[in-house]
Design a protein around this ligand. Sequence first.
Ligand code: NAP
Length: 244
Amino acid sequence: MNLCFQGKRILVTGAGQGIGRELALRLSKYKGQVFALSKTKKNLDSLIAADPKIQPVCVDLQDWDATRKAVQSILPIDLLVNNAAVVCLSPFLNTTPKGFDLTFNVNVKGVMNISQIVARDMIERKSGGNIVNVSSLAGQVAVKDHAVYGTSKGALDMLTKTMALELGPHNIRVNAVNPTIVLTERGKLGWSDPQKAHEMISRTSLGRFAEVDEVVKPILYLLSDHSSMINGVCLPVDGGFLAT
Ligand code: NAP
């Protein structure tokens, strides 16, 4: 797949760590002008040290107004990846309003906020555009202790489809990827218990979790013109989990 994002201004949220960081570096390598949004300055500093062409945007997505101001200051944006998310895991009976509000504020309301600003500007400029939301397999299947996180990703999937429906007439495509467990540093820690991992892997026909690169590549594909007729899909990146 020949990829070049030259001339594109690209916003990646949650680019301080994990999938978002790797994606930001790859998009910059393919000549896009990348804006990396995240909460912790130290992580952004490390990203910029790795690639000084990337521009940092340090803001907490829980702050609606500060986020609007920060994103407005970097418009126009041609491609947006809503990747930032928080994970609050607990058994359903122990879920708390605090965990619920934090999760939904970042994983759903944060996406709505940034996407509104970016899409309004795309519409005013009549430029078209492209948005990819990083969802999760946990938005499509029930996973133990994932009641709040999974529900937020289920909501994100519906937000993706509704945005695709309403923004498509403006030539703005909106899609999601729904990965299984991804072996980021955090993913490795969270799923190191062999018994816990076995429950997921035994239902995955490829018999393993995903590498970061195996999620980055489908996102690059959805952001590129190679997927120009794909709109409103929630693409499982799950090694066959949903097929079983
Ligand atoms: P990660 O390593 O935990 O990184 C998350 C990023 O989001 C960090 O850069 C973090 O900022 C940022 N972030 C979190 N809350 C924020 C806030 N309030 N404001 C601004 N930035 C915020 O996550 P990941 O594992 O790479 O996951 C990336 C995406 O993939 C998420 O949407 C996740 O739900 C999805 N996903 C992950 C897996 C997995 O197994 N890893 C599986 C399925 C789906 P800081 O740098 O400040 O921490």
